[in-house]
Write a protein that binds this ligand. Structure first.
Ligand SMILES: *Cc1c(COP(=O)(O)O)cnc(C)c1O
Length: 431
């Protein structure tokens, strides 16, 4: 392929990074291992765009893995952050901004009556698991194959994208004792969950899942799946926990639980609620949350938790999202992109399947349908790698793995989608 795509500076910087940091990155998927080639090194972001250090411009469908739902570096978020910065970066003491964001989260997310802020989705998930165990006095949990809940030991079992991308079924260094109480079932398989409850009566603290999967590609729940989990957990005295770190404030203002009308006991949040700064949160029923220290005995703490900068970015981002029409707009442009990609794949003779919900979409090079991680793995990864490269060289930045969802933002217009589809047509025709 003849191309004027020049990434000389990116290559130099990444070569240096490889000597300084494991794999040259601070988080594995960024290294492009599963699509081949080298990662581009970013210089700046704005709206729907990224510029790399060689000054190539891209339309971005990763959005820093979700937080940039209002568009990168939104002027109102940046202005609010500048004002907050003048007052200092961290207090390590109560600040009124925590109340403001907490109130917004409690108003928005159906199951959340009280909330605790932390610094990442990983931290939120490991803390909520401790809470589920503390509240029920039970140790076992059920998670689903291909769902990712951060990198804490007990979740590194069949954990989706990052781990899948590296071909590691589990990670060395995780003690067997921490994962023997992690039971797994295929996503969308209620019978498998029922069987686990029957085999482990009175031992299961709860079920943890991505209510719409984004970490083994985009996989929506089958009709009745979330409702079925709600009933089963109630029947066996276990808790239901939706990990909405990705879906929260993305597929609806109130997340998947609003969209699907199924209310879990507990929820984790992250990504969007930090507006691009490091934030996570867990919350839920007040009787359960009252067990968290210092109100109750379950210990969990954080030096930088609830810091004023992160709270400010989150508050401003939610303000921008909580306006009439926001999610209709996101739904419309994302569906246009998703439908367009599938139509082009068909025209150019490629087997493909996929879909979208609001500002989240996915696309697999397999005829489908994809109901779980095993189905997702039938995708033609080599073809995806070549597709990814072709799009990148023509200015479209997609997640560098077949096992990741894609994200749009309020800054993406119909014109950006049209341009993206035009380029996808060129690339698919040559695959
Ligand atoms: C990203 C993600 C996490 C982990 O969040 P970090 O902030 O990267 O630690 C957990 N669960 C889900 C569903 C995620 O998408």
């Amino acid at each position: 392929m003849t191309t004027t795509f020049n990434t000389k500076k990116s290559e130099e910087i990444f070569a240096d990074a490889l000597k300084l940091m494991p794999g040259g990155v601070s988080s594995p998927v960024r290294a492009f291992k599963s699509v081949g080639g080298q990662p581009i090194v970013f210089d700046r972001v704005q709206g729907p765009y990224i510029w790399d250090v060689d000054d190539n411009q891209y339309i971005d469908y990763v959005g820093t893995w979700g937080p940039a739902i209002c568009g990168h570096a939104h002027p109102e978020v940046i202005a609010a952050l500048k004002a907050a910065l003048e007052k200092g970066t961290s207090f390590g003491a109560p600040c009124v901004l925590e109340n403001v964001l907490a109130e917004m989260v409690i108003d928005a997310v159906p199951c959340i009556e009280m909330v605790r802020f932390v610094n990442s989705g990983t931290e939120a998930c490991m803390s909520v698991l401790r809470l589920m165990r503390a509240f029920t006095g039970r140790e076992k949990i059920i998670k689903f194959e291909g769902c990712y809940h951060g990198h804490a030991d007990m979740f590194l079992v069949k954990a989706g994208s990052g781990v899948a991308t590296l071909g590691l079924p589990d990670s060395p260094g995780v003690p067997k004792s921490t994962t023997t109480s992690t039971l797994t079932a295929p996503y969308n398989d209620l019978e498998a969950v029922k069987a686990l409850f029957q085999q482990n009566p009175d031992e299961i603290a709860g079920v943890i899942l991505e209510p719409v999967v984004g970490n083994s590609g985009f996989i929506p729940p089958d009709a009745g799946f979330l409702e079925g989990l709600r009933l089963l957990t109630q029947e066996y005295g276990a808790l239901l926990m939706f990990d909405e770190v990705m879906t929260g404030f993305r597929i609806a203002y109130g997340g998947a639980q609003e969209k699907f009308g199924v209310t879990p006991d507990l929820t984790t949040l992250g990504k969007v609620i930090g507006g691009g700064l490091p934030v996570g949160a867990y919350g839920g029923r007040a009787d359960i949350m009252s067990m968290v220290a210092p109100a109750g005995p379950m210990y969990q703490a954080g030096t930088l938790s609830g810091n004023p900068l992160a709270m400010t970015a989150g508050i401003k981002t939610l303000e921008l999202l909580n306006k009439p029409g926001t999610y209709d707009y996101l739904e419309k442009i994302t569906k246009k992109l998703s439908d367009g990609l599938l139509a082009i794949a068909k025209e150019t003779g490629h087997e493909a399947c996929g879909g979208s919900i609001s500002a989240m979409f996915g696309f697999f090079f397999t005829a489908g349908p994809v109901h779980n991680y095993e189905d997702a793995k039938k995708s033609d990864l080599n073809k995806f790698g070549r597709f990814h490269r072709g799009m990148l060289e023509r200015g479209i930045y997609l997640a560098p793995s077949q096992f990741e969802a894609g994200f749009t933002s309020l800054a993406h217009t119909e014109e950006h989608i049209d341009r993206t589809l035009e380029i996808a047509r060129q690339v698919m025709a040559q695959l």
